[in-house]
Design a protein around this ligand. Structure first.
Ligand code: FAD
Ligand code: NAD
Length: 480
């Protein structure tokens, strides 16, 4: 087939539609033999984003383009052509086996909504930010999930600093504008708070000395401690480090309401009474975890077997969506009893690619076997029959081997988080057990681990250069 032919679907192959270009879907595409299927990728994002370094983009330690990899760049290296449509999937009709898509970008052509039929579908659309219906969060808070969130935060930090130093600003207003509040003490909130305090200590304080005594970062967490997924000693280490960095941690404090200038947070005082406190802020970053995307919720509502599932698509041990035919789910939108992390999503994507490669091989061998069995009947003599029989035996052995693939098993490599002032915490799984460590050496380990995990050599070089630039010249404080 010529390259032009390859743009058209091959009618002899099944159409595999993959939704999303995040950790799960891209890991699947990386490992998939695209010659076996007509592969179509649909995502509103035409790039892969290396989320572990996203908090560093909020302060300019790393430029956001350094952690983005264009999906087209990656897909053009696949053996067979893969189609990409930049669009949101708005609905999945599992009975008709079609997905409805919508180009939600600024520029639209005459065709901007359409449907794409599939034989096999992989849902890897991730999750959206949870707000628990708390009023004002969407209007006044900033999330930290996508590139534009990091850009918005970076702009707002500088806007707060410049507005605080505006002529005749009252002291009270200055204090409000320079109060940076982070809600959610999971790894996203902790890493962002650490990065922000670094920005202040290393750069802002120098460039805008007028804010030195007023700038402060507060982290609010509803549970009794931050980073609940880390070992106890690392939680204590993080809380102690934050104290030294002068980041205030308010645990057992639940945000209930958000306005444009203050949040209302509830805590229990020493006498056991519940108190609702107004906390003025300049910047509010909301990092309270994930919730299900509408397109996934809608699919769940169509399938009776999903009625008890709350946090995402319930899948079996081969990541097939329970109660649906020919649909699989990976990453944050799938519920397979693992935490919603990049590590899990990437392993699920790679597993599914192997599974699909195996399914294609199985079908290929089975069709060869059925041709051979016809040939055997038509063989002119015993010798020819024996030859076909031997070939069939060989194929049956291969089929048995191919079919032996076990279910998905997650292998936890450990958890890592940056906590500011060139310190990191790590809970790492070794052959012999667990290693829980924190400090500056761990920070160098964190850096080298994430550098090696970057998507491409190009990303690796760009991130390294950004780190060097920050070290030599400091972070850029201009507000774009
Ligand atoms: P995502 O990576 O979120 O990708 C979802 C994809 O689906 C995106 O391309 C999106 O554009 C697309 N999409 C969305 N809606 C639609 C739609 N309607 N139709 C089609 N496509 C759609 N995990 C770790 O293990 N280690 C870390 O250090 C780490 N750090 C993190 C730091 C931050 C700031 C954040 C936010 C998360 C971090 N995580 C980390 C978690 C990790 O990023 C997620 O678990 C991971 O991204 C999940 O992968 P996914 O493929 O399910 O979803
Ligand atoms: P999370 O779910 O891990 O933490 C959210 C926190 O917000 C919880 O501790 C919760 O108690 C708190 N919270 C919820 N509502 C609140 C309220 N109204 N007031 C105060 N606190 C409230 O969320 P995350 O940090 O965004 O992480 C999401 C996923 O991504 C997790 O699985 C995490 O492991 C993963 N992740 C991993 C890393 C890493 O490994 N370095 C970094 C970022 C994210």
């Amino acid at each position: 087939r010529t390259p032009a032919d390859q743009q058209e679907p091959d009618p002899t192959k099944k159409t595999l539609v993959v939704l999303g270009t995040g950790w799960g879907s891209v890991s699947l595409l990386k490992n998939l033999d695209t010659e076996n299927y007509n592969v179509v990728v649909i995502s509103p994002r035409n790039y892969f984003l290396f989320t572990p370094l996203l908090p560093s983009c909020t302060t300019g330690t790393i430029e956001h383009r350094s952690i983005m990899e264009p999906i087209r760049n990656f897909l053009r290296h696949k053996k067979a052509a893969v189609k990409f449509y930049e669009a949101d999937c708005t609905k999945i009709d599992h009975e008709k086996k079609v997905v409805y898509i919508n180009d939600d970008s600024e520029i639209k052509g005459l065709s901007s909504t359409t449907e794409v039929p599939y034989d096999m579908l992989v849902v890897g659309v991730g999750a959206e930010n949870a707000t628990f219906g708390i009023p004002g969060v969407r209007e006044h808070g900033c999330f930290l999930k996508e590139v534009n969130d990091a850009q918005k935060i970076r702009k707002r930090i500088m806007d707060c600093c410049e507005t605080a130093t505006f002529k005749d600003q009252s002291q009270e207003e200055k204090n409000r504008l320079l109060h940076m509040v982070v809600v959610g003490g999971g790894p996203t909130g902790v890493e962002f708070a650490g990065e922000l305090q670094d920005f202040f200590e290393n750069d802002l304080k120098k460039w805008i000395p007028e804010i030195a005594n007023n700038f402060r970062v507060t982290l609010i967490e509803a549970l009794p401690n931050v980073l609940p997924m880390f070992s106890k000693n690392l939680i204590e280490y993080t809380e102690q480090t934050f104290k030294e960095e002068t980041i205030e941690i308010r645990t057992k404090t639940m945000v209930k309401n958000v306005t444009d200038t203050y949040i209302e947070a509830e805590y229990t005082d020493a006498s056991g009474k519940k108190v609702l406190e107004k906390i003025p802020y300049g910047l509010l970053v909301w990092a309270t975890g994930n919730t299900v995307r509408p397109v996934v919720k809608d699919l769940m509502s169509q399938i009776p077997a999903q009625k008890d599932s709350r946090r995402g698509l319930a899948v079996n041990e081969y990541l097939a969506v329970k109660g649906a035919e020919e649909i699989w789910a990976v990453g944050d939108c799938a519920i397979a009893n693992y935490a919603p992390t990049a590590q899990v999503a990437a392993q699920e994507g790679a597993f599914l690619a192997r599974h699909f490669n195996q399914l294609a091989k199985t079908e290929q061998i089975e069709s060869q076997l059925s041709i051979l069995s016809e040939d055997q009947g038509k063989a002119p003599n015993q010798e020819a029959r024996d030859l076909v029989f031997a070939e069939m035996k060989d194929l049956q052995r291969r089929l048995k081997r191919v079919k032996q693939m076990g279910p998905f098993e997650y292998s936890h490599q450990g958890s890592l988080a940056y906590i500011g002032s060139e310190k990191a915490v790590a809970d790492i799984s070794w052959l012999t057990g667990n290693l829980a460590t924190g400090g500056q050496l761990t920070y160098f380990f964190w850096r080298s681990a994430y550098l090696s995990m970057c998507f491409s050599t190009r990303n690796r070089v760009l991130v390294f250069v950004d780190w060097m630039k920050t070290k030599i010249f400091g972070r850029d404080v201009s507000r774009e």
